[in-house]
Each structure stands twice: as structure tokens, then as C-alpha cells.
Design a protein around this ligand. Structure first.
Ligand SMILES: [Ca+2]
Ligand SMILES: [Ca+2]
Ligand SMILES: [Ca+2]
Ligand SMILES: [Ca+2]
Length: 235
């Protein structure tokens, strides 16, 4: 019995030491902005318009201007596949569109912004002027079609307009789109010629916002996506 008691004492002692060795040391968390240890991708530069205070890993996509040209359809496909504005008619001019995104964290007043093709820029006559009171919410899209009657209820969290004065008239072989603000400062210049291969689909930044312009269907995501990311999801 004495030996058994002695062995029990040793066993209890060992178990107690084992318990102590399982004490968990406090985990050192090197992440500045969250305590979960998960990686949150985003822009980590506080001077950028799309700064993400929650991000702890930079995604290489900091932006310093609010408006980003994200997609251009200058060559609507033939047949009803080219009815980009979904008004039931395929028209080579009316179904052209451009898609802009307010990538900043704040609403953006784009009233009075002017859109020109090369011909109209030379004449000083915008193809389109954004009407007064047009406020583009943070992280939402603005789509401008060449013309037609797009059913506005199809777009959520996206402002859709048709060109107010003349179709966009983006010549497939060579043209330049110019966007100015309400006081005439040039914001965006997009040269179609570098991409002028009559693709029968749009050119989009892929990945959206951050990437270079490539043909929209490069990743089998369809021919165009006015108002959404290439995969059809919201901005
Ligand atoms: Ca065209
Ligand atoms: Ca159409
Ligand atoms: Ca033109
Ligand atoms: Ca799109």
C-alpha cells in the first residue's frame, strides 16, 4: 500500500507539472488594425482616396483620383448579343458604353462633367454633359450609353445615362475619349486606337479597378458588364 500511495503521489505530481506546461503564452499580434489575425487586403496608404483603415495587407491598388474608367464598349457585337443597353435593339452607336467607378470612400458630385469623342473635342462640343444633381455614391458605377432607351430598373446602385447631345461615336479604328470636370479640367483620356482590333466585346480592367484593359471575355465572363464587375457582382 505504501508503494502504491507513493506511486500515486508521483503520478499526481507529474500531472500537475503537465498541466502547468500547457499554460498558453499570450500571442503576440503584429497586426495593427485587427485582433483576429486574419489578413485583410486593401489600400493601406492613408493619403489615397480608397484608403481602407481595416486593411493590414496592401493590395497594390491605392487610388489617388476618385473616378476610374473601368470598361469601354466601342464595338458592340453584331446581332442581339450587342444590345448592351437592353432596349431590345442592337445599334452600333447606341449600344456603345463607358463605365466609370467612384473608387473613393466619399460621394462624388459629377454634375456638369463633359464627355467628348475626338471629333467633338476638336469642335468644343461635348457629346454628353452630366445633368445637375448627379451624385455618384462611394464605390458605385456610372454608365453612359451612346443612346437608346435602357430600362433603368435593371440597374441597382448604378447611375445610367444616355449621351445627351450626340452618340459617343467611338470609332473602332481610332478615336480618343476625353472626360472633363465641370470647369473644364481634363480628368481622363482614353485612346481607343491601342485596342482597336474590333473585338466584338468590351475592354475592361481585369481585375476590376486595379487591372489593365483586356478583352472582357478573357476569363469567360461574357461580352460586357455595364454597371457591374466582370463577374456580374456589384462594385
Ligand atoms: Ca464604335
Ligand atoms: Ca440597344
Ligand atoms: Ca468618333
Ligand atoms: Ca463592368
Amino acid at each position: 500500500m505504501k508503494i502504491n500511495n507513493f506511486l500515486s503521489l508521483i503520478l499526481i505530481t507529474i500531472l500537475c507539472f503537465a498541466c502547468k506546461t500547457e499554460d498558453v503564452e499570450p500571442v503576440t499580434n503584429n497586426n495593427n488594425n485587427n485582433n483576429s489575425g486574419t489578413t485583410i487586403l486593401g489600400c493601406t496608404d492613408a493619403t489615397a482616396v480608397n484608403y481602407n483603415a481595416q486593411a493590414n495587407s496592401d493590395d497594390g491598388c491605392c487610388k489617388y483620383f476618385s473616378l476610374v474608367l473601368n470598361e469601354v464598349l466601342y464595338d458592340p457585337p453584331s446581332g442581339m448579343n450587342g444590345d448592351a443597353n437592353q432596349d431590345g435593339v442592337r445599334d452600333a452607336n447606341e449600344d456603345e458604353f463607358i463605365e466609370l467607378v467612384n473608387v473613393s470612400n466619399q460621394n462624388l458630385d459629377i454634375s456638369g462633367y463633359e464627355f467628348y469623342d475626338e471629333t467633338n473635342l476638336a469642335q468644343g462640343m461635348p457629346n454628353h454633359v452630366v445633368p445637375p444633381g448627379t451624385i455618384l455614391s462611394a464605390n458605385s458605377a456610372y454608365v453612359l450609353f451612346g443612346g437608346g432607351s435602357p430600362p433603368m430598373n435593371l440597374w441597382v446602385n448604378t447611375i445610367v445615362h444616355v449621351a445627351s447631345a450626340a452618340v459617343l461615336n467611338l470609332n473602332n479604328s481610332s478615336d480618343t475619349l476625353t472626360i472633363k470636370d465641370e470647369i473644364g479640367n481634363t480628368l481622363i483620356v482614353f485612346d481607343v486606337e491601342a485596342l482597336s482590333n474590333n473585338p466584338d466585346e468590351s475592354y475592361s480592367r481585369i481585375p476590376d479597378i486595379c487591372g489593365d484593359f483586356v478583352q472582357h471575355n478573357s476569363l469567360s465572363n461574357g461580352l460586357f458588364s455595364p454597371g457591374t464587375k466582370v463577374d456580374g457582382t456589384s462594385f
